[in-house]
Design a protein around this ligand. Structure first.
Ligand SMILES: NC(=O)c1ccc[n+]([C@@H]2O[C@H](COP(=O)([O-])OP(=O)(O)OC[C@H]3O[C@@H](n4cnc5c(N)ncnc54)[C@H](OP(=O)(O)O)[C@@H]3O)[C@@H](O)[C@H]2O)c1
Length: 294
């Protein structure tokens, strides 16, 4: 996307301290952008980055005078801020989640509420952008890894490190497409070069589709030392999972456990064509799962 003036282009970034946002921030710096980045806390000084302390949606500050606005944090909070804050026709790139397609049919009311929040946030961002004649690109990652400390694979790695093994039901064969944070950040930067107006939305799966149990086995094999995967028959697993939850070993509810058997597969084709998206295969290494809390 061309800058509005000859001086360095300016980006307003939300979520720049998160796993995806840190990668987006580094790419903006490398491309010569001046970045104003919001954080609720104290953030470390970085070249070409002005940290703004505040919180979405109410105290995030003004939104005018930028060449691009990027949201790498909670989409619902960003949508509220965006609707309430003048930005003119500045283009927007915002991360949502493929959960918007998946969790609306979950048996868990909290998951259905999350899907509804994401759907409403997408619609709100799109409607606000349309009213301002601004281009908006919505990016929906699948299961994200590679930034450490995530709530998915890093948490599984942390549990396996603590207990020496990880347990799954034998039929945990639902297909997954784990996506690396660097591929997502590349997609966000590619989206900045998009058309000057209109709405685009892309699902962003990883570059390899594999069964849930194979994905977890690969994570466990990458740890130092490698941890073992135990596959249990369904009823025995249910009993073990229920007992472990009662003992506080994990907090995965029935909806999470059932989803291990379901395919969560998305089409990267549109993103490949329009963003040059080329996600890598799943080749995890132990350091990618540091910082996972249990
Ligand atoms: N990680 C995944 O598995 C995954 C999967 C699919 C989609 N996504 C989506 O991708 C996006 C980025 O995910 P992520 O895992 O990198 O980050 P995240 O954990 O969703 O968000 C963390 C970032 O959001 C900021 N943030 C949180 N609440 C805030 C508030 N009230 N006001 C201002 N900033 C706030 C944090 O900033 P400070 O703490 O510095 O204030 C931090 O930079 C999100 O939209 C997420 O839903 C993530």
């Amino acid at each position: 996307m061309p800058p509005v003036s000859a001086s360095p282009p300016r980006a307003l970034l939300f979520g720049g301290t998160g796993p995806i946002g840190r990668r987006v921030l580094a790419r903006l710096q490398a491309r010569g952008w001046q970045v104003v980045a919001l954080s609720r806390g104290e953030a470390p000084p970085l070249p070409a980055v002005e940290w703004r302390q505040g919180a979405l949606p109410g105290s995030a500050g003004p939104g005018d005078g930028f060449d691009a606005i990027l949201s790498c944090g909670p989409l619902d909070l960003f949508a509220q801020w965006y609707a309430a804050t003048p930005t003119g026709p500045t283009p927007v790139v915002a991360f949502g989640s493929t959960s918007v397609h998946v969790k609306d049919r979950s048996p868990d009311p909290a998951e259905r509420a999350l899907a509804a929040r994401l759907r409403e946030a997408e619609e709100r961002v799109a409607a606000t952008a349309a009213g301002r004649d601004a281009a908006v690109t919505l990016l929906r990652p699948t299961l994200v890894y590679g930034g450490g400390g995530d709530r998915n694979l890093s948490r599984i790695a942390a549990l396996a490190r603590r207990h020496g093994l990880f347990v799954l039901p034998h039929d945990a064969r639902g297909r997954r497409q784990p996506v690396h944070v660097d591929d997502l950040a590349d997609a966000a930067l590619a989206a900045l070069d998009g058309p000057g107006r209109g709405l685009r939305a892309f699902d962003l799966p990883g570059g390899e589709t594999l069964a849930y149990r194979d994905m977890v086995a690969r994570v466990l094999a990458s740890l130092q030392p490698p941890r073992r995967l135990w596959l249990l028959p369904g009823p025995l697993f249910s009993l073990a999972a229920w007992t472990a939850r009662a003992l506080g070993v994990h907090d995965a509810g029935p909806a999470v456990l059932q989803r291990m058997r379901e395919d969560l597969v998305f089409d990267a084709g549109p993103a490949r064509r329009e963003l040059g998206y080329a996600p890598r295969g799943f080749a995890p290494e132990a350091w990618m799962f540091e910082g996972g809390s249990i």
